[in-house]
Structures are given as C-alpha cells and as structure tokens.
Design a protein around this ligand. Structure first.
Ligand code: CA
Length: 381
C-alpha cells in the first residue's frame, strides 16, 4: 500500500514474521474484542485532536458519532510494543503462505467468485488469481478481517505517540470515511493497527484507492460481500502500474520465468529455488514492501490457478532437518497424541509444545527443540 504500510502489521505481515519482514498472522486473538478503559491523558488528547480535525473539515457531528463508543485500548499498545522483528526463512514463509489449506480454499474461492473476479479483471486488468491470493494472505479469504474498532485503535496509537503522526493521519482518514457515509463506527473494524476489511486497507489507502464496485453508493470493504474490497485491491495494483497478462515472475526454469526479460533473479535462501521476477513483482511490493510477501503472493496465485509446488527443494534447516523430516516429525508426534495441529513442516508454538509434552512423557530433557535425534527416536519407537 503506501510506503507506510510496511511499518504496520497487516494480515500476512502479522501472520508470517511478527512484522517488519513481511509476515503471516499474529496468534489469533481469542475472546471478545478489547474494551476501552478510562484514561485521562487520552481524553485530553482527543479534546485537542478535535480542533485539528475540525480544521481539516471533520464536522462536530461526525466527531461525536465517531468517539461516542471509542476509547483507549491498552491491548493495542501492547501489540504495538511486542512486534517481534524476527524473520522467517523463505521456505517457512512459503509453506504458510501457500499451505495446502490456503491453496485449496483459494481454488474454491476462485471458482465461487469467478463472475465477480472476471468483471474486476475486465475493469482493472488484474488477473483473478492475483486478487484471490492477496485476499487469501491478508484475511484468509475474508475469515479474519479484524474486529477491533478502527477509531479506538488509531486514536490510541496516535495518542501513544510512538508513530503518532502516522496514526493521526490514519485516524483523520478514518473520520473522513465515516463523514462520507461509507460505513458506521460500529462496522468500521480492523486489525489492531487499523488495517480494514477483506484485503486489509489502512484508512489512507482506502481514501486513495477504494472503489464502489457494486454501485450501491458506498465503498464497503467491511461487508461479507467481498466485491468492493477485491475491486479496490485491483484498483490499487492497477494504479501502481500492473501489467495485464504479464506473470509476476516464476521459478527459474519454468515457462513463466522464460516469458520475458527479468528485472532480477532472486535466491533469498541458499540452497533453494531461484526466481526470475518481472515488473508485476515490484507492483505487488507496493502493496507490502517485502520480497517474501511478493513471492508469497506470486507463488500462491500460481498454485490457485492450478500450478504445482516449486520444483527446487530448499536444503536442510539449521538443525539438519528437511521440510519432509519436519513434516514426518509432526505427523509422528500427532499420531502419539501430541497434537501439532497440522503437519506443514513449520516449527511454531504448537509443534514446540507438542515436542515438550512428548519429551516430558518419555522422560527426556524438555527442550521443545526439533532435532535429528528426536526424529530417529520417533521413527524407532
Ligand atoms: Ca458498494
């Protein structure tokens, strides 16, 4: 999205790497949306902010409506402070971004929304599988649009001040959305950082790029109906220079990779696949400025369109385990009753917990760490 987008955790950014490196989801929040708590400093900040908003053309009526149920959300500050900066390996990133589940669901959504996606392609020139891949990574095809009230989230972060100017401009844009009548404060929810709807637009990106595709007079990216949100994403890519009919790139050796003169050859992880990338790869990075993100979108879109997995394997990880080894370990643990909740080969908190529980039950030192010795033991027993 805007150059600012990379400073904020969005759907995939949040999911893949904490944030910052282009990432997948934070652990999903459990329970109800956070409730505002009284904070005198916040109230004073809002009072002063109202004058600045009025000077920008936001009416008193809009401000009253927007702040009627809004307030200070400590949980949002906590999330902002706890952004981890670790970056996953490209192999892990792609395993999450183009997991079997996300590919299967993407194919289902591509078929279900074919008529809409074709109309979007006809108007904006962006291929259905690309729009679907962004939808899949940003909100799991609409399943995780975020339930945190945007006025509360952005005003809390603006008041907090760590990136005060950025969030005040997001808050100002969010108020403009309400004043324009596109949605209501109760419906305008999103991520803790104010990313909204099916494809996680921040308010300033909404202001610049959102479209009313179904023609009902409102640019509604929050509704269950994804039409406006998906068209807005295509509009964003088109305005960023999308080249219709050109692949984003492809694994070196593939037909797509040979279809033009690449801007660059990338090999983010060695050993591992090399990718030839074209102009559209750079356009995807305008949405989220990360090579991993753009490769994730590109590869997922290829898989959604019917393509197969990457041909070149990544090498063993730092523990000496290949992706297949890690999947085998997860399946073996799950078969023994230590549920890793899937076998994607990515070592996350559930796998670590399952390893610890297994080690405990077997009388081994509890490390939670995968290893070749652990895999041999699981194979042998
Ligand atoms: Ca609409």
């Amino acid at each position: 999205m805007t150059p600012d987008r990379r400073f904020v955790c969005f759907g995939l950014a949040a999911l893949l790497a904490g944030c910052g490196g282009g990432a997948p989801n934070p652990a999903p929040r459990t329970g109800a949306a956070p409730r505002p708590v009284p904070d005198a400093g916040y109230d004073a900040w809002v009072a002063a902010f109202r004058a600045r908003a009025a000077a920008r053309g936001i009416s008193a009526a809009t401000l009253d409506r927007a702040f009627a149920d809004a307030g200070y959300l400590p949980e949002v500050i906590e999330r902002d402070r706890n952004q981890t900066e670790f970056t996953r390996s490209l192999e892990d990133y792609l395993a999450i971004a183009a997991s079997d589940e996300r590919v299967a669901r993407g194919r289902e959504m591509l078929a279900r929304h074919a008529a809409l996606l074709n109309r979007i392609r006809d108007r904006y020139g962006v291929e259905p599988q690309i729009v679907t891949a962004i939808w899949g990574l940003e909100s799991r095809y609409g399943a995780r649009r975020g339930d945190i009230p945007v006025i509360s989230a952005t005003s809390t972060l603006a008041y907090d001040g760590r990136r005060g100017d950025f969030y005040e401009s997001q808050l100002m844009a969010a108020l403009g959305i309400l004043q324009n009548g596109d949605t209501t404060p109760a419906v305008m929810t999103g991520s803790w950082a104010g990313a909204m709807g099916h494809t996680q637009f921040i308010p300033t990106s909404y202001e610049a790029y959102a479209v009313d595709f179904d023609g009902d007079g409102r640019r509604d990216i929050w509704s269950d109906d994804p039409a406006d949100a998906l068209a807005s994403t295509a509009a964003y890519l088109k305005r960023s220079g999308w080249v219709t009919g050109q692949p984003w790139g492809g694994e070196v050796g593939s037909a797509a990779a040979r279809s033009g003169t690449p801007l660059a050859i990338l090999q983010p992880q060695v050993p591992g696949p090399k990718f030839a990338v074209f102009r559209n790869f750079q356009v995807i990075k305008r949405y989220n400025n990360s090579d991993s993100y753009a490769l994730g979108i590109g590869h997922l879109s290829d898989r959604i369109a019917g393509g197969g997995p990457l041909v070149t394997p990544f090498g063993p990880d730092a523990r000496g385990l290949t992706l297949e080894d890690r999947k085998e370990m997860q399946r073996a643990l799950t078969a023994r009753g230590f549920d890793t909740e899937g076998a994607d080969g990515v070592i996350g908190s559930k796998t670590t917990a399952a390893i610890s529980a297994y080690q405990q039950s077997a009388g081994l030192p509890v490390t939670g760490e995968p290893s070749a010795a652990l895999l041999r033991r699981l194979r042998g027993s």
